[in-house]
Write a protein that binds this ligand. Structure first.
Ligand code: FES
Length: 156
């Protein structure tokens, strides 16, 4: 679902209502909107600020502080490459380079078909699998180019 238009605000309103419109639930509301829309648009942040009677700069302060939030539109799936020490020494930079070329984007970018956003992190907590990538919630250990093509084909 995109975050532009009445239906997106209907979703945001539904989330706000789930928490009773309480100001103290701002972070949880932002997390839920991020999860549903995959990013936080300026319009949705304004709407949340209005509904919760929280100053807009405060909403932006929180939305820009936590790494979990994205203020730029993301693809339908997140491809995350671990660049932590254990993965780094096992070839993560080369893996990132291969994946970046396959998707045609650098880290932080979204593929032209809107399917994938490429991200990097500093550890996924499964160092023994390194170098490791994740696509959404699934982890893959050092996929070859052909593995990666096959895996990508599973995500529409
Ligand atoms: S360093 Fe990559 S999973 Fe820990």
């Amino acid at each position: 679902m995109t975050d532009d238009g009445a239906s997106a605000f209907a979703l945001v309103d539904k989330i706000i209502n789930r928490y009773g419109g309480e100001r103290g639930t701002l972070i949880q509301i932002l997390l839920d909107v991020q999860k549903e829309n995959r990013w936080l648009s300026g319009e949705s942040l304004e709407h949340i600020a209005e509904r919760l009677h929280v100053p807009l700069p405060r909403v932006y302060e929180i939305a820009t502080f936590y790494k979990a939030f994205s203020l730029t539109e993301r693809g339908r799936h997140l491809v995350t490459v671990c660049l932590g020490t254990a993965c780094h020494v096992r070839g993560a930079p080369t893996l990132l380079d291969r994946i970046s070329r396959k998707l045609g984007v650098k880290s932080g970018g979204t593929s032209s078909d809107g399917r994938f956003t490429l991200l990097t992190v500093n550890c996924m907590g499964c160092c023994a699998l390194g170098p490791v990538i994740a696509i959404d919630e699934s982890y893959f250990s050092n996929p070859s180019n052909s593995d990666f093509d096959r895996i990508l084909g599973q995500y529409k």
